[in-house]
Design a protein around this ligand. Structure first.
Ligand code: FE2
Ligand code: FE2
Length: 177
């Protein structure tokens, strides 16, 4: 694995930790609704900032355009599908928040489960099919340039903010052990 893709793989691992929390949170419904609502609001914040602003942004603005340049077939195929997934994810998070605002917790959880399952499938496709392609598609120099652009991206959005989000996902996970 090259070091630029390692950044994305590592972000996937953090996102998967938050998905674990989302699945376990269901046990709070009817037992401690206030805690359930707080947990899901924290998760919505995490998915919007860490998963979307930090992670999907890197793929959409840096990685996918670079891969498209190397292979047009990818642009119309798997990359287009991945971009559509990201758009669907944003819509799904909006729907989860809406149900939460209406205090429809069972409905919120149903949508959250649908979202996390789709996100896991998406991550598996990227980890197993898409990211490994970069080794043959790109030169060392191109991969290194992507690595620095990823780093710049984190600096612009806030490295401290990113660390805080990792800690948030960690703290939420520990609260369910
Ligand atoms: Fe993605
Ligand atoms: Fe991803």
């Amino acid at each position: 694995m090259n070091e630029s893709m390692k950044i994305l793989y590592d972000e996937h691992t953090v996102i998967i930790n938050a998905i674990d929390v989302a699945r376990n949170a269901a046990s709070l419904i009817g037992k401690d609704d206030a805690e359930y609502e707080k947990t899901i609001r924290d998760l919505i914040y995490f998915f919007r900032t860490y998963a979307d602003e930090f992670h999907h942004h890197k793929e959409e603005v840096i990685l996918f355009p670079e891969m498209s340049k190397q292979n047009e077939l990818l642009a119309d195929g798997v990359l287009k599908e991945m971009l559509e997934n990201h758009e669907d994810f944003r819509e799904m998070v909006r729907s989860i928040e809406q149900r939460l605002n209406e205090k429809q917790f069972h409905e919120a959880q149903k949508l959250l489960d649908r979202y996390t399952n789709a996100l896991l499938d998406h991550i598996a496709a990227e980890n197993e099919e898409l990211f490994p392609m970069t080794d043959s598609l790109m030169s060392e120099t191109e991969l290194q340039s992507i690595y620095f652009r990823f780093k710049d991206c984190d600096r612009e959005l806030g490295e401290q903010k990113k660390e805080d989000l990792v800690e948030l996902a960690d703290a939420l996970r520990k609260s369910f052990i």
